[in-house]
Write a protein that binds this ligand. Structure first.
Ligand SMILES: [Zn+2]
Length: 54
């Protein structure tokens, strides 16, 4: 089963689980994760590299 980045649709990279403000818990690629983090859009408490078993 393939997972796609909720932001850009990439599926050729390991995805990170993050809770994005206004969006909720999503799987996103490292690029989007860093971008959202730099924009302070990822809620505290979510951690990179967690399991995708939600
Ligand atoms: Zn992405």
């Amino acid at each position: 089963m393939a997972y796609k980045c909720a932001m850009c649709g990439r599926e050729d990279t390991p995805l990170l689980e993050a809770t994005v403000k206004g969006v909720g818990a999503v799987l996103i690629c490292p690029d989007c994760w860093q971008r959202l983090m730099s924009e302070n859009k990822i809620l505290a408490g979510s951690s990179a590299g967690g399991c995708a078993c939600g």
